[in-house]
Design a binder for this molecule. Sequence first.
Ligand code: GLN
Length: 486
Amino acid sequence: MTELTSLTIAEALEKMRGGEISALELTEAHLARIEDLDPDVRAYLTVTADFARGQAKAADEARAAGDERPLLGIPIALKDVLSTKGIETTCGSQILKGYHPIFDATAVARLYDAGAVMLGKLNMDEFAMGSSTENSGFFPTANPWNLDHVPGGSSGGSAAAVAANMALAALGTDTGGSIRQPASFCGVSAIKPSYGRVSRYGLIAYGSSFDQAGPFARTVEDVARLLGVIAGHDPLDSTSMPTAVPDYLAALAGDIRGLKIGLPAEYFAAGLQPDVETAVRAAVAQLVDLGADARELSFKHADYCLPAYYIIAMAEASANLARYDGLRFGAHVDGADLIDSYKKTRGAGFGEEVKRRIMLGTYTLSAGYYDAYYGKAQAVRTLIRGDFDALFDEVDVLIAPVAPSTAFKFGEVTDDPLRMILADVLTISANLAGICGLSLPCGFDAAGLPIGMQILGAPFTEERLLQVGWAYQSATDWHLRSPGIV
Ligand code: GLN
């Protein structure tokens, strides 16, 4: 049974089309794998076994009747930030315990419409705030490559589930790096789409001007397959763009001769783990061998990304999280009066990191400080967007490491919130500018932990990123290695 869980989506579809396996068998294999391994990895917050079996049976019947939808019978899992109708959705927080949404997020509905089978909801940092999944309000998730290490965050459950073969693919979200960084820590492929590419309807908001959902899978080809399903305009999200969705799978062809690659010098600076730098530079050399052209460039306002991001993200979070009042969603703690109930519910329901961010965000939005912090950060954001516009006038894509280091150990960084924040120093600029970024494995460190590189592109150039990533994976086999946990 186990080998059914190490298939790519492309392989699984072929086997189902050929009648070699059924969607139900594929689903059962995954449920068995989850039962075996998840007590150690802890990627899942909820396993929806019966729901998945029902969808798998329906997929088998549909296929027998000639249905050929793009994800028919494919077992996937969802970060618990995505609303699922009638299925508990906690966003990794105690305050949403017991919350059962009355609708599906658009990205989820589109996966179902394409025939996907949903295995369950995945662990994450509470409200997607963090870089290690240690901020989950429930329990931490382990890195399948070494269970003493974190899987990255905030979509740590999504990356770990795919890496440990407990789902063929998963959705996560990226506000400041939360798709790309855990993909890199766990050695899987994943894309943060351009802002507006995928509907945010039903995605529980953290930083609304940054949040984007995107797929994790074992290959760039599978990532392309999922992105094609979830992308596109949604009348329910006014920030989703009406731009046409290209055929991402069809883009995976041809060569990359003449492709212009830029390496931002600031992203290869001091503080980078040496073997991370070596692996990413070797990957670039490989792309040059395939016919691309690479040169070093400068990203002018790189130093300002981190402060601008954290000011704006916390401000947006403080506003978005005001709705958790104990009356409308999830948990409620009785108090002496209404205000006391709010205080008790929010005091018990939110974790430390979430409280810290609500306080900081409220501060930067307050009358006396708004201009000094929030207003300034927005002005800086515009400069950063301008930097990227100028860079993409010169090159087609930028390549950089995803994170300054490989996966760290549990507890190693938790006492130092600033160091945790530095885990995102290379990813957040993409969110500030709304551009897209593909994360893919490009090597291992001395301890055997995966290293990832990111390929960044101008807004709505996902097609090109996927083509470059596909060309790289066609010439290398890093993405085919698996952690080998039993
Ligand atoms: N680690 C970053 C943060 O805590 C990014 C998180 C994310 O992308 N959701 O804000």
